[in-house]
Every structure is written in structure tokens, then in C-alpha cells.
Design a protein around this ligand. Structure first.
Ligand code: G1P
Length: 290
């Protein structure tokens, strides 16, 4: 095997930080300028050659499924109006050979639980996990770098970045071992430690390539204090038995699960959009900051 063929995209979160916007729309469908967040995550998976996307959703998130289905009526209307480019945007050719699977996580009891639900689709091959809330911007995508590291080491690899100590309680945090270029061996990993107990300032940032034996470790993970099954805890168990690497990601990262990160992502993407970037720059310059 020379590329990763399957990716799990967990999208079951309630999006409470964006209510009321997320009452009827999943947070992953919120647009970053003109493309929903979820499509960035799917494109990042396709970029490494993924052919099957497994969404783990919550019961009411129909629009994600609709978004990835072909809409012939809208396509016809757009073509009739001579808008072939838009027709391609809504039904991109690149999706034609992709299988989209949808699994419903009835209760939101943790990322580890969400991942375990997809075991039947993954079977016995390595796979990517992409958390769509985290939007990454870099020339080579974060998942691509991870997959290259996977084929070099054949071990599970997680993307990490350095985080301000005051934010560390929001992340899985690694205790680093040996460092080889941009790969760090993971000695230990803890989910959401407080600032005082954090083993380092190096946090897991929403992209993983995992070997399928993670499902065996997930079976042994106990609920945490809030009743959730954490993926980090399964990775911790795995790290006691075999090497796992962390890849220090150096591109830009936006936490679109927070209002600040979401707005930053929109501004950053708008400044890269040829249609509007000059006007956005003018607008920013014209703001009265007093
Ligand atoms: C999840 C993981 C955490 C990781 C984070 C990255 O947490 O459990 O280990 O650092 O994603 O965004 P969540 O943000 O879902 O609470």
C-alpha cells in the first residue's frame, strides 16, 4: 500500500459555542467565505489519495450528507444560466470516485467512541482522522505531511503544535521523547491536563494517521470524569506497547470551533481570495481602531 485510502471525519459535536447559528446548521457547515468548513477537511483527505470518507455524525445533521450528494436540479439550473464553473463547484468531478459513509453517534460520548464506531469501515488498514474544526493552511497539507511520516515509520503519527500554556487545558498534550528531525517520539500523552500538570507545551492538533490496532486499545479505554471515551487515552495505551510519533506542524492553524479562530480563518481566506482581497484590505485599512 502506498497511500492512505480511508479517513474518519468526526462531526457529531453540538456546536454550542456558535448557537443560535448552529441550531439548524451543523457547525461544520458554517462557511469560511464561500466554502463550508467540512469541505476543507474532505479536500485535505482527498489530497492524500483517500477514496472513502467516513463521517461520524449526530442524529440531526442531515445537511452534511446533502452537501456531498449530487444536486442535479441545481446543476441543470446553473448550466442553463451558463454558469458551468459554479456547476463544477457544487458537484466537483473529484468527488465522483469517492465513497461517503455516514454513521450516527447517538450520544456524544467522546472522540474515542466516535472513532470506534467506524471500525467496520476501516477493517485492517491505516487511516486518517481529520477533525474539521481545526483548519490548517500550508503549502503541503498537514495530513499529507503526516501520511509521508507514516510511510517512513509505519507507526501511528499525530500532528502537534506548540500551544500557549494558558490554552493547554483544551488539548491532548504529549510528553516528548527522542526527536528525529521534525518527528518526536511520544513517551506519554494526556488529555486536557491543567497547566500545572501538563507534560509539555506540545499539543495534539486535530490530524492523525492511525494503525487499525487502535480499535483494540479503544476497547480498553475507560470513561473519563465526564463520561467520555477519549481517543487520547487509547493512544496512551498504544504508546506503552509500540512507538508512536508526533509531527511538529509548522503551518497556520485556525481553531474554527471558537469564535476567534473562525473569524481569523475567514479574514485569512478572504485575503487570499482574488475576487475580494483588495477590497478587504481597503476595508481593514479604513477601520477606525480608536
Ligand atoms: C480533541 C482531542 C484533543 C485534541 C483536540 C484538537 O479535543 O480530544 O486531544 O488536542 O481535539 O483540536 P476537542 O477539541 O474535541 O475537545
Amino acid at each position: 500500500m502506498t497511500n492512505i485510502r480511508k479517513a474518519i471525519l468526526p462531526v457529531a459535536g453540538l456546536g454550542t459555542r456558535f448557537l443560535p447559528a448552529t441550531k439548524a446548521i451543523p457547525k461544520e457547515m458554517l462557511p469560511i467565505v464561500d466554502m463550508p468548513l467540512i469541505e476543507y477537511a474532505v479536500d485535505e483527505a482527498l489530497d492524500i489519495g483517500v477514496k472513502e470518507i467516513i463521517f461520524v455524525t449526530s442524529p440531526d445533521k442531515y445537511s452534511i450528507k446533502t452537501h456531498f450528494e449530487r444536486s442535479e436540479s441545481l446543476e441543470k439550473k446553473l448550466l442553463k444560466k451558463g454558469k458551468a464553473q459554479l456547476a463544477e463547484k457544487i458537484n466537483p468531478k473529484k468527488y465522483k470516485s469517492i465513497k461517503f459513509h455516514f454513521i450516527v453517534q447517538q450520544e456524544q460520548i467522546g472522540l474515542g467512541h466516535a472513532i470506534s464506531l467506524a471500525a467496520g469501515y476501516i477493517k485492517d488498514e491505516p487511516f486518517a482522522v481529520i477533525l474539521p474544526d481545526d483548519l490548517f493552511v500550508s503549502e503541503i497539507s498537514c495530513t499529507k505531511e503526516l501520511s509521508m511520516a507514516y510511510f517512513e515509520t509505519k507507526n501511528s503519527v499525530l500532528a502537534v503544535n506548540k500551544i500557549d500554556a494558558n490554552q493547554i487545558h483544551k488539548y491532548g498534550v504529549i510528553k516528548p521523547g527522542k526527536i528525529n528531525k521534525n518527528l518526536i517520539e511520544i513517551d506519554d500523552i494526556v488529555e486536557k491536563p491543567n497547566k500545572e500538570n501538563a507534560p509539555s507545551d506540545i499539543a495534539v492538533c486535530g490530524r492523525y494517521i492511525l494503525t487499525p490496532d487502535i480499535f483494540d486499545f479503544l476497547k480498553h479505554v475507560k470513561e473519563d470524569k465526564s463520561g467520555e471515551i477519549q481517543l487520547t487515552d487509547a493512544i496512551r495505551l498504544m504508546s506503552k506497547e509500540k512507538p508512536i510519533s508526533a509531527l511538529l506542524y509548522s503551518g497556520k492553524k485556525f481553531d474554527c470551533g471558537s469564535k476567534l479562530g473562525y473569524v481569523q480563518a475567514i479574514i485569512s481566506n478572504a485575503l487570499n481570495d482574488n475576487e475580494i482581497k483588495e477590497d478587504i484590505k481597503k476595508f481593514i485599512k479604513s477601520i477606525d481602531w480608536t
